[in-house]
Design a protein around this ligand. Sequence first.
Ligand code: ADP
Length: 375
Amino acid sequence: MVTQADVLNALRQVVDPELHRDIVSLNMVRDVEVEGNAVRFKLALTTIACPLLDTLAEQAHRAVAALPGVEHVGVEVVEMDPEEVRALYQAARNNGQAKGNVPTVFSVDPAKPMVQSLARQLSPIQYMVGVTSGKGGVGKSTVTAMLAVSLRRLGYKVGILDADITGASIPKIFGLTMNINATPEGLIPRQTEGGIKVISANLMLRNPDDPVAWRGSRIAQLITDLWRDVIWGPLDYLLIDFPPGTSDAQLTVMMDLPINGVIMVTTPQELAGLIVRKAVRMSMDMKVPLLGIIENMSYFVCPETGTRYDIFGQSHVEEVTRLAGVPLLARLPIDTELAQACDAGRIEAYRNPVMDGVAQSVDLALQKERVRRGT
Ligand code: ADP
């Protein structure tokens, strides 16, 4: 009868063509079980979308099936988590055996100075703006998308780094299907019909439910990796859609990356005073200018009667922002047309003059800040 060792030995004949090492030493073979003449094992790949999936699974299957006495072989392909992927490429590189074809996003060494990344050198970015919120579901991603569309209409080159791993809203709002498109030089973002470049952190996750339990430092690392290893090309604006909450992740990212300003999205349901105070504190702690607050789902205007309803109660955001000296960039109504455009992935066909105005004020504020700093 074959043993686990026989199976592993047989699988050592299968070599990953990108990493030039056998799949056993790369720790891609897991949970080998032998029961009579049946063998089962898992084959862990960097991504289920791996173009080599069929080849590797087939070769692994064949190698084990060739063992004398084996009649049934079950190969279950599973996906590695980002930590495992990083460890894999690191191990391959340490052995000096990885020959190109390694997506740099997985090869980031935190100690490596950021300027060394080729993707970064190819991607000069004029302004980076973070969009945050105290909690989920307030329309942060929707606002990020609308701001990107309005900035694009101003003629700017715009990218979105969708770092909100609690939900992949950005690709959906733009009607993009995303999968990882990696080259040896870095990751290639998707492009919307209107020419906005998009990358979503969700692509890097094995299971979208995982990040709920993720610590801030891991999220921060993921965002930093994406910033460093995506080939955006030259951009005027890179908008970062942060995960909700004033977490460690935001603090770390805002301190580590050259973020020029941050916008906070809130709703009347949240305590305006608290949210504004938090936003001001965050901005001061991180020395990143708070560009302003956007109150979303502020009210509803009945299309038939024109009557305005404060569905979530009366808003105090105007008063609070005035007292705190923070710009109130906009109060956006609940808009069924907007919700439909997002659902249909057609945000670029939706025009919002208020957000066009926000884009102009943000642009002006950042230009003034740049002149003030003399950079
Ligand atoms: P967040 O990023 O804060 O979690 P989303 O941007 O994903 O929130 O928005 C949550 C839901 O609310 C989405 O279905 C979106 O279409 C809808 N939505 C956001 N803003 C508005 C609005 N002003 N009017 C109507 N629906 C909205």
